[in-house]
Ligand binder design. Structure first.
Ligand code: SER
Length: 598
């Protein structure tokens, strides 16, 4: 069976209303689409399980019958688990995966869950019974007051007496293995029973009888619920008889493409590429951007790990776009949000563009760098863009005494310093961006510099609109505090002209122009009329950044310039622009200083 057939068979098995082909009765579940990987539940960073979007149906805050017309739901959920990042590369671990699940909110309970799971595996998928073993909760009385849960006799009896599994195929296990939840700091939880095929765990049936509070005490839910989860990749691997998840029809085409673009790559690295590329594609398509904190940092960590391996293995950077395109095409029939591979690749590409140079240096220097404490480790991150985990991975000896929490403390300290504005002067930890024109010393500064950079493009065009084409760029220097733009013009500007230029820039910002770029041969680029700085020598192939109304191309752009970026995506991100000074810097050259508020 193909993965596609398995997805379909699962949904139809649980959603069918009439009889099934194998004589079983229709299960009548409502098919609910996957929720976003970025949950609206603040107690978790990313969606890790199918039950997450249903939390409030278990607690009774929401009414499934009202919303779904039934107490029972079935879904295929996009999931992401950070706990497995370091494991990726072996046969089974993945960060992103799809989870098949059936759920009940006060409808059926243990009996139906177990009998239907057994029916689905043996009758629909045709897995022979002698390949199955299961586990049930053994109970614990040592958990302490308000936390004790008894042995799950009921599940044991259903497996043994109704399904007919011999006793030796039913293992009783403790809390670590057979008690699930909660997701996040608190939520529904309960004992579970797990189903193994040939010793590989495939399906987890959780019986949510309790609400687990943050202090770990349990309270009985008014109506007990069911939450089951079966990792699609693992199931497909079982069904397709592959040795590992990367050989399933879900991941194998990606692996093949990785090898095509990077022949001879180590197996583990190829698997990391396949897994992480798929994960970043889905995370970005759900709207996540790389950043310094929380979920944004997770995305950054994945991207930078990919960038590091791409640099180390001298792989053509086109691999990002190529693999993302392949993943998008493969998955968009099921997940429409992943269709726009151009947009996804642009986010990945921007991260690479901004940091690969620094990272390359960092990777080269990693051996000679001294990392003795969290402070050094943070410096390596802020100077070279190498995330903590990547330092651990690439320089395990040097970093073995540095703890993540200390690194995070450094992070916070640094953020406080930037907030306090004590870091006006560059130096200390070096520049994370220095193109000559643009300079930023921290992530926060970088964001400002990017906004000011796009504002400077708009300013350049506005000057020409107001003063005529005599006004052309003569120089530019942008820091987090201001842009300093020099241009050719024969006289002092009047206050009215300054106001007019400023207003025009703000008008264009408010039009929320989309900023994008096109790469093309220099001669083509010149023909588009894009502005460029005559003093500079440009390579044969250049990037032209342009700001145009949504959906419009370069020919309808308000501003277009030869430029290496980076820029904001949309002009509204700039905020309000203000000219604070206009002065002469030489014969026929004027200088404007501009800032953005706040
Ligand atoms: N919540 C359980 C799991 O993720 C069952 O779906 O394994």
């Amino acid at each position: 069976m193909s993965s596609e057939e398995i997805r379909k068979s699962f949904l139809s098995f649980f959603s069918a209303r009439g009889g099934s082909a194998f004589g079983g009765k229709g299960k009548g579940h409502m098919i609910v689409s996957s929720s976003s990987l970025i949950p609206d539940d603040p107690s978790v960073l990313l969606t890790t399980a199918g039950m997450q979007q249903f939390k409030r149906y278990y607690t009774g805050e929401l009414d499934a019958e009202k919303d779904f017309g039934t107490k029972n739901a079935v879904s295929i959920q996009k999931c992401f688990r950070t706990s497995d990042i370091d494991e990726v590369g072996d046969k089974t671990h993945l960060t992103f995966f799809e989870m098949l699940g059936n759920f009940s909110f006060g409808g059926y309970f243990k009996r139906e869950s177990i009998l239907w799971a057994y029916e689905y595996l043996t009758k629909i998928l045709g897995i022979s019974e002698d390949r199955l073993t299961v586990s049930v909760f053994s109970g614990d009385d040592s958990a302490g007051e308000g936390k004790t849960v008894l042995r799950d006799e009921e599940s044991f009896n259903i497996w043994h007496k109704e399904v007919g599994l011999p006793k030796e195929k039913i293992r009783a296990m403790g809390r670590a293995d057979n008690f699930w939840g909660p997701t996040g700091s608190e939520g529904p939880c309960g004992p579970n029973t797990e189903i193994y095929v040939d010793g590989v765990e495939v399906w987890n049936l959780v019986f949510n009888e309790y609400y687990c509070h943050a202090d770990k005490t349990l309270k009985k839910l008014t109506s007990a619920g069911v939450d089951t989860g079966m990792g699609l990749e693992r199931l497909v691997s079982v069904m397709q008889g592959t040795d590992n998840v990367f050989e399933t029809d879900l991941l194998h085409p990606i692996i093949l493409k990785v090898y095509e673009l990077a022949p001879g790559l180590e197996e583990k690295t190829a698997r990391i590429f396949a897994d992480h590329m798929r994960a970043v594609s889905f995370l970005i398509s759900d709207g996540l951007k790389p950043g310094n904190k929380e979920a944004n940092y997770i995305l950054r960590r994945l991207l930078r790990r990919l960038i590091a391996y791409q640099i180390k293995n001298k792989i053509n950077p086109a691999i990002f776009k190529e693999i993302i395109t392949l993943i998008s095409k493969k998955y968009s029939p099921f997940y429409k949000e992943i269709e726009n591979y151009g947009k996804i690749a642009a986010v990945a590409e921007e991260e690479r563009f901004l940091f690969s140079e620094a990272m390359e240096k960092g990777l080269k220097e990693l051996e000679s760098l001294v990392i003795t404490g969290a402070q050094d480790s943070f410096r390596v991150y802020s100077t070279f863009g190498l995330p903590f985990e990547l330092q651990k991975e690439l320089a395990p000896e040097k970093t073995k005494n540095i703890k993540k929490e200390d690194f995070e403390k450094e992070f916070e300290k640094h953020q406080e310093i930037s907030r306090a504005g004590a870091e006006k002067k560059f130096g200390g930890h070096g520049l994370i961006l220095n193109t000559g024109e643009l300079k930023a010393g921290s992530e926060e500064e970088l964001q400002k510099v990017i906004r000011l950079h796009t504002a400077t493009h708009l300013l350049h065009q506005a000057l020409r609109d107001v003063l005529g084409n005599e006004a052309g760029q003569a120089g530019s220097d942008i820091t987090a505090e201001r842009t300093r733009f020099d241009f050719t013009f024969g006289r002092k500007l009047t206050p009215e002209e300054i106001k007019e230029v400023e207003d025009l820039v703000n008008k264009k910002i408010k039009e929320d122009l989309q900023v994008s770029f096109q790469e093309m041969p220099k001669t083509e680029a010149e023909k588009t009329g894009a502005l460029h700085f005559f003093k500079l020598k440009y390579p044969e192939k250049v990037k032209v950044y342009f700001a145009a109304p949504s959906g419009k191309g370069i020919n309808e752009a308000y501003s277009k310039e030869f430029c290496g970026g980076p820029h904001v995506n949309r002009s509204l991100e700039i905020g309000e622009f203000k000219i604070i000074k206009e002065e002469a810097v030489g014969a026929g050259v004027r200088r404007i200083r501009g800032i953005i508020l706040p």
